[in-house]
Ligand binder design. Structure first.
Ligand SMILES: [Zn+2]
Length: 677
């Protein structure tokens, strides 16, 4: 309808500064024309950097509601809007175009309709850019020069996808290319290493290190930890940025994993989708199929998984017919018009606060699907946890019912009980009765993750750590909690019986120790199993807990968990990107541990193995951390490796109570052990 160019405008409105996004000229899409804006107070145009929004000066965002009406002279429009921070308050918007060209200056009048103190603003806005959002990004690829060039070419297509969607992706470096990182073309990267690489990258920019900015770092590495020697399914992308309150600035894509999942023919197409998807998460877009009432698998959006789309890959890709990858209407609304804090990198945490469905209070009633059962329990069984203790539970998905007992049928199920994969969510009812959805700190993208349950494999298990999520520590008060798992899958919905656990009332010493230890630095450290540069600080926060003797003279479990993480990062070879000579290379930093630390580990790891043999363990069992720590230690001390591998096997096999499950084979463990190097 309007002759005004689509894009972003900027200028002074009264004493405020306004950034106005005009979504016009939507062509043949059925999106209505909309505008939205961000208001900044007490900052001059000269001092304003749109790519680095000033948190102190930010005053609020608004968004137009309903259709915009053309002005009577055809040179502008009127409409009404709403303040996103205060939806009660509406504003009237009047825009008049000064010149004849589509990019001419706009005269804008805003009037808040708050009856007590209506405020009016008026000013001129100049055209700034054709995009509605812009992001400066950087990419490093751990790959051979040839592959790095290929990945760079693919990123051009990703940028083109975003450009067509109205978002500019601009490469940060002066020379327009990828940072090729040599050495480690088959390396596996864990969350802590990715975090380290991102921190090194951002630390070069003091001005944006600790504040929101339209800036992201994408890392293309070959594999996610522990997956290279496996048959899949593989993690193809990850949001690993759990550091503290400055989040959503980094994402990683695993190019070897993508290559092996897709095959060479589809590698390029699928890599474009994965990279577009991960950058979507950086803008705070979530999966359309997240397990709740608004679950939508039929979206063609690149935020969906082709394997979730009705008809899967074979239907998903032809639906595009050469058109660029797209976002859904709801996703575009978010990208273009949502409040600044929830879109810009480094401000609100992932998915905060436009929480999806708030209506989760009706859950906690188990929902059964014929033939399948989802169950939560503590392993080994226990009811009470110490105040501050890490909460690890076990999720089990199994075949059930008479038809299984009489004639075992094979049933395909999603092999994805971990909250980081998004298929299964966990609801936690707090002692005061409030129900919250656990928001995992790290999100992984693993496509087509399914397996068969049958007579020889009647159940799958997963160790679920609910201690710390994107919203901080979860079990923060003593009392009774109920935990429920919800699995949404191919239109079916399965909910477990709630698991009830208690958190003990602490004595004063424990209470003080836990309060000192509970902070984002500790939480992020535990969530990624240790960050080498943070060990001293985190153990410093937990000092008091070291002296709280609880289990047979052992320190508080939160302290012990942090110790395990610190040993894990000390024992395993850590990958860093060494950029000192201007030619970035992957370096493997080896470290060791002291005799005292070895004594702690042997008691801890071999002790747990023995307890599991006797099935009389009294401690929590963080399966994955324990077993990976044991593997790392076995490699460090070859004399003990046979004993340690056996201990790990015991931990695993005692978990597979069902007699028909083959115990974890030593050969598989050995393969994982070898791949650690
Ligand atoms: Zn994703």
């Amino acid at each position: 309808m309007l002759q005004i160019a689509r894009g972003t405008y900027i200028g002074k409105v009264g004493t405020d500064l306004l950034l106005l996004r005009c979504e016009f000229g939507n062509g043949n899409t059925n999106r209505p024309e909309r505008i939205s804006g961000d208001i900044f107070r007490g900052i001059s145009l000269a001092n304003f950097n749109p790519m680095l929004p000033d948190v102190e000066a930010f005053h609020g965002s608004f968004y137009s509601l309903g259709a915009l009406q053309s002005a009577s002279d055809g040179k502008g429009f009127v409409g009404t809007g709403v303040l996103l921070t205060n939806p009660e308050q509406s504003i009237s918007i009047k825009v008049h175009q000064a010149g004849d060209s589509p990019k001419s200056k706009l005269r804008i009048q805003l009037t808040t309709t708050n009856t007590l103190s209506p405020q009016a603003y008026e000013g001129d806005l100049n055209f700034w850019m054709t995009a509605l959002r812009a992001l400066t990004y950087e990419i490093d690829a751990v790959a051979s020069p040839g592959t790095a060039t290929l990945i760079w070419g693919i990123m051009q297509d990703v940028a083109e996808n975003y450009r067509k969607a109205g978002v500019t992706l601009q490469h940060a470096s002066s020379q327009d290319s990828i940072g090729a990182v040599a050495g480690g073309e088959e390396s596996e990267w864990d969350e802590g290493e990715l975090l380290g690489a991102m921190e090194d990258n951002f630390s070069r920019y003091a001005e944006i290190a600790q504040q929101p900015a339209w800036r992201a770092y994408l890392l293309a590495t070959p594999w996610f930890r522990g997956e290279r020697a496996t048959a899949g399914p593989y993690t193809t992308g990850i949001m690993f940025d759990v550091r503290d309150r400055v989040q959503r600035r980094g994402a990683a894509v695993f190019w070897r994993a993508r290559e092996r999942s897709s095959g060479l023919d589809n590698f390029r197409r699928d890599f474009i989708r994965t990279a577009t998807h991960e950058l979507g998460h950086v803008f705070n877009l979530v999966h359309p199929f997240a397990a709740d009432d608004s679950s939508d698998c039929s979206s063609r959006s690149c935020m969906n998984y082709p394997s979730r789309y009705p008809g899967k890959d074979q239907a998903y890709w032809p639906a595009y017919e050469g058109a660029p990858l797209c976002f859904s209407d709801r996703e575009l609304d978010h990208l273009y018009h949502n409040r600044l804090e929830s879109v810009v990198m480094g401000w609100y945490r992932f998915t905060d606060p436009p929480g999806r469905s708030q209506d989760i209070a009706n859950h906690l009633k188990p929902v059964k699907v014929t033939g399948l059962e989802l169950k939560l329990r503590t392993r080994p069984e226990r009811l009470l946890f110490e105040f501050g203790e890490p909460i690890n539970i076990e999720a089990k998905l199994s075949l059930r019912g008479p038809q299984f007992k009489s004639a075992p049928q094979s049933q395909p199920v999603p092999d994805a009980l971990n909250p980081s994969l998004g298929t299964t969510t966990y609801l936690i009812e707090k002692p005061n009765g409030h129900v919250v959805r656990f928001q995992p700190a790290v999100r992984r993208d693993v496509e087509s993750r399914s397996c068969e349950l049958n007579a020889s494999r009647p159940a799958i298990y997963e160790n679920i750590n609910l201690t710390y999520g994107a919203n901080g520590f979860v079990f923060t008060e003593p009392g009774k909690y109920r935990i429920q798992a919800l699995l949404s899958w191919q239109g079916a919905f399965l909910a477990s019986e709630p698991l009830t656990i208690g958190v003990r009332f602490p004595d004063r010493q424990i209470e003080r120790g836990v309060m000192e230890g509970w902070n984002d630095e500790t939480g992020a450290y535990l969530a990624v199993w240790g960050i080498p540069q943070r060990t001293d600080r985190v153990l410093g926060h937990l000092q008091r807990l070291e002296k709280c003797k609880i289990y047979r003279g052992k320190a508080h479990p939160l302290y012990r968990e942090a110790m395990r993480c610190s040993y894990y990062v000390s024992l395993k070879p850590a990958r860093i990107i060494d950029n000192r000579n201007g030619e970035p290379r992957v370096k493997v930093r080896r470290a060791g541990i002291s005799k005292d630390e070895q004594a702690f580990l042997e008691e801890d790891l071999l002790g747990i193995g023995k307890q599991h043999k006797k099935r009389a363990a009294s401690q929590t069992l963080p399966n994955l951390l324990y077993s990976n720590l044991a593997l790392a230690y076995a490699r460090f001390d070859p004399d003990r490796s046979a004993e340690l591998l056996q201990a790990v096997e015991q931990m695993h096999s005692s978990n597979n109570h069902h007699k028909r499950i083959a115990p974890l084979e030593l050969s598989a463990l050995q393969a994982k052990f070898e791949s650690l190097g």
